[in-house]
Every structure is written in structure tokens, then in C-alpha cells.
Design a protein around this ligand. Structure first.
Ligand code: HEC
Length: 178
């Protein structure tokens, strides 16, 4: 084998490597692993039926107070991406599949007069206290059986607290922390 042939082989190998790298990069770009926002919630909705086993229903929730005290609303805003498919958060924004959530903390359940709530929410004559939000966002359909909110819930306690801290900030005058 002369050196010219060796060079050709080396070149062929390099080109193959380069092609593989480019294919990889293109693949990543096409999928955009950073933000499949809509899909993120669809997957969770699908998981719902199978994941609500007796085992993860038994553990009582930690009180939200101490978790809220160290909550990070900026992280809560990121968690809220899971809600964006169905909810707006800023004042005066239109409803989507779910109602606009401005001023939600300590508001009464079914707080938007022009939104068609399910009986599950309408029949609850309570307020969205921190504890109620905590339970609802943990397992919407356990807290309000029959709710139209087809969202599995957020199992991580601190993530939920961060999210609630973010909801709290989106109000005319944020309710004091518990
Ligand atoms: C698949 C769509 C969907 C997703 C995702 C979703 N929601 Fe909802 N949400 C709804 C619907 C629909 C309702 C109305 C429920 C009813 O009437 O039973 C609702 C109701 C609510 C309510 C009660 C509002 C009121 O006025 O009483 C709160 C609070 C809420 N959602 C918070 C959230 C948060 C926070 C998230 C993200 C973690 C979220 N939702 C994700 C659809 C969704």
C-alpha cells in the first residue's frame, strides 16, 4: 500500500466521521431538546391513569408553609411552562382551555365569572388557599374529582411550592406568605 492510498483511506474515514457529526448536530437541532413545552404536558396527561397507584396516594402532603418560605418564584415560572398550554397568567389575558390565573391565590374557586367551570370546581365553595392550591396542583383529579383540568399534577413538593410562589406574585397585591 503506497502512501497515496493510505491518504485516501484516512480521508475517507475523516469524511465519514464528519458526516456522522453533522447528522448528529442536525438531529439535535431538529428535535430541539430544550423546549418541547406542549408535548411535556401531553405526556403527563397520558401517564395519569397508570401512575395513580395506591402507593403514591397514601403519603400525606407536607405542609406548604415551610416549603413556601424557601420557595423560588423564578423557578416557579419555569414550572409554569407545564401550565402554559392551558392557562395564561398575566392580568387581562384571555382564557385558554383553562381560565386565566391572575390573582388566583386566596381567590374563590371558579374565580373567573366568564369561564365555564366543571361542576367539580363550581360546587366547591372554598378559597384557593395555599394548602388548597398545594393539594390541587399535586393531584387535580383527587382534589376535585371530575375536574376538566386533565393534568396529572406535580409530584415534587418544592417544585409545587416554587410554582405557587410564582402564582402568588401574579396578583394586584400578593397575599402574605403563610
Ligand atoms: C390540559 C390543560 C390544563 C393544564 C396543562 C393545566 N390546567 Fe389548570 N385548569 C384547566 C381547566 C380546564 C380548568 C378548569 C377546571 C374545571 O372547571 O374543572 C383549570 C383550572 C385551574 C385552576 C382553578 C382556577 C379557578 O379559577 O378556580 C387552577 C388554580 C389551575 N388550573 C392551575 C393550573 C396550574 C398551576 C397548572 C400547571 C401546573 C395547570 N393548571 C395546568 C386546564 C389545565
Amino acid at each position: 500500500m503506497d502512501s497515496f492510498e493510505l491518504n485516501k483511506i484516512t480521508a475517507a474515514v475523516l469524511i465519514a466521521l464528519l458526516a456522522a457529526m453533522i447528522a448528529c448536530l442536525l438531529g439535535d437541532a431538529a428535535v430541539d431538546p430544550e423546549k418541547p413545552i406542549n408535548n411535556a404536558y401531553v405526556v403527563e396527561v397520558q401517564e395519569d391513569a397508570s401512575s395513580s397507584t395506591a402507593a403514591n396516594q397514601e403519603k400525606p402532603l407536607e405542609p406548604i408553609g415551610p416549603l413556601l418560605a424557601k420557595a423560588d418564584p423564578a423557578n416557579g415560572e419555569k414550572v409554569f411552562k407545564k401550565c402554559l398550554a392551558c392557562h395564561t397568567i398575566s392580568k387581562g389575558e384571555p382564557h385558554k382551555t383553562g381560565p386565566n390565573l391572575w390573582n388566583i391565590v386566596m381567590n374563590h374557586m371558579g374565580h373567573e365569572a366568564d369561564f365555564a367551570y366543571s361542576g367539580a370546581i363550581k360546587s366547591k365553595k372554598e378559597q384557593w388557599t395555599y394548602e388548597n392550591l398545594n393539594k390541587f396542583l399535586h393531584k387535580p383529579r383527587e382534589f376535585a374529582p371530575g375536574t376538566k383540568m386533565t393534568f396529572i399534577g406535580i409530584s415534587n413538593d418544592q417544585e409545587r411550592a416554587d410554582l405557587i410562589a410564582f402564582l402568588r406574585k401574579n396578583a394586584d397585591s400578593p397575599v402574605p406568605l403563610p
